[in-house]
Every structure is written in C-alpha cells, then in structure tokens.
Design a protein around this ligand. Structure first.
Ligand SMILES: *Cc1c(COP(=O)(O)O)cnc(C)c1O
Length: 224
C-alpha cells in the first residue's frame, strides 16, 4: 500500500466535499491496513458491503470508527452487525426491518437505518420501489419497530454515462426525501440523504445529498 498516494487521493476527495456533507469511505475488499491508514489520517466513517467482512474488520480496528453498512443485507446476517453498526443504509423490506428491530431490542439499543429506494434502471440493484415506499409510509407503525430509527433515504443511480439520466433519478430521490422530511411519519431526526459515489458525488451533492459513499476515488481501483 502506498500511504502517500492514499493521503493525496483522500485530500482531493475531501477538498471537493462541502461542509455539512458526510464522507463515508467505502472500504469493501480493502485490507485492515488500508482502513487503518485512512483512520490515521483522521477519518472515522467507513462503509462496508458484506456482514462477515465488516465483523472481522470491526473486531481488530479502533472502537471509535463509525461503521456504515451499505450492501444488500440478508435477514440472517443482521445479527453479525447489530451490536455495533452505526447506520444501515440498505433496509429494503419490512421483513428486514422486523429483523433489525429484533436484534436491536436484544442488544438493548436502537439502530439507525435508511430506506433504500430502487432508483436505477438495472434491476440488479436492491431497494423499495416507489409504490412499496408509499405503502410503507402509509402503514408506518411506530409500535412495530420501536428500536429502529428511520433517518432518511439511500439510493444508487444507474451505472450509465448519461449524466442527465442520473440527475433525474437523484432529483426524484431528493424530492421524496424533502417531502418526507416535511410531512412524513418518521422520527424528528429524518435528516440523511445518502446518494453519490466516486463517479457521481459532485452531481449528488448539487442535488441535495448530505452523505456520499466513496470507495475508488479514495482507495484506488478495486482489484477483483
Ligand atoms: C461500492 C459501493 C460504493 C462506492 O463505489 P465507488 O465507485 O468505489 O466509489 C458506494 N455505495 C455502494 C452501495 C457500494 O456498493
């Protein structure tokens, strides 16, 4: 690992992120040493996609890291991350919400989550459809999920070159986020709009994102 190159890329990414926007460094497939190197530069928010990988890293890395879970989460894996996870970005079904509720209650705390919305054209991406999101909002039941705090929305735009197409997807998500913030059933702290990755973070921030998830631009190209 080239620490100097890492520091340089990190500095450049940070310089482009305005005040009030949280940078989550996506460390999936990166080594513990790479995470530690970024930690040593002062970074504390890291995002991971795989529960077991996250659990292994968390066990050996400093306790003040805030771990964000951003990948698709199977219900039978929630238990691995429930004791320590800072924010789950990828809740995409009421069944998963039920499981997060159960594990949070067992651990004696609440867990913060975002609702992932499927905004991309590819159907390989996960998330609530707009109709499913509407249905959830309409039937929102605080007493069913007392240990889950819905803090906002997350979306992944299409993997396409067409910037205006991506912008349209992001605008839809931002519009819905602001509507729910104004008049939604969720908690007072409904304050997080997680959208934007290495290729489209600038666009996302311009369209109202306040949390960007960036891997490649910080750590370099992923191998494998
Ligand atoms: C991998 C990943 C990212 C980061 O992607 P980069 O293009 O490497 O910045 C962001 N969000 C999610 C959900 C991811 O899986």
């Amino acid at each position: 690992m080239d620490r100097e190159a890492l520091a340089q890329r990190y500095g450049m990414v940070k310089a482009n992120i305005p005040e009030g926007v949280l940078l989550v460094a996506v460390s999936k497939t990166r080594t513990v040493e790479e995470v530690r190197a970024l930690y040593d530069l002062g970074h504390r928010d890291f995002g991971e996609n795989y529960p077991q990988e996250l659990r292994e890293k968390q066990a050996v890395l400093p306790a003040d890291i805030r771990w964000h879970f951003i990948g698709h989460l199977q219900t039978n894996k929630v238990k691995y991350i429930a004791p320590f996870v800072h924010l789950i970005h990828s809740v995409d079904s009421t069944r998963l919400m039920d499981e997060v509720e159960k594990r949070a209650a067992r651990n004696g705390h609440t867990i913060d989550v975002l609702l992932q919305v499927h905004i991309a054209r590819e159907d390989t991406k996960h998330g609530f459809s707009w109709d499913e999101l509407d249905a959830l909002v309409a039937q929102w039941d605080r007493t069913r999920w007392p240990h889950v705090r819905v803090r906002g929305l997350m979306g992944m735009s299409s993997l396409i070159e067409d910037r205006s197409g991506i912008a349209t997807e992001m605008e839809q998500l931002a519009t819905r986020f602001h509507a729910l913030q104004k008049a939604g059933p969720f908690c007072q702290e409904f304050d997080t709009l997680s959208m934007g990755m290495s290729g489209d973070a600038d666009l996302a921030v311009n369209l109202g994102s306040n949390l960007v998830r960036i891997g490649t631009a910080i750590f370099g190209e992923r191998v494998g």
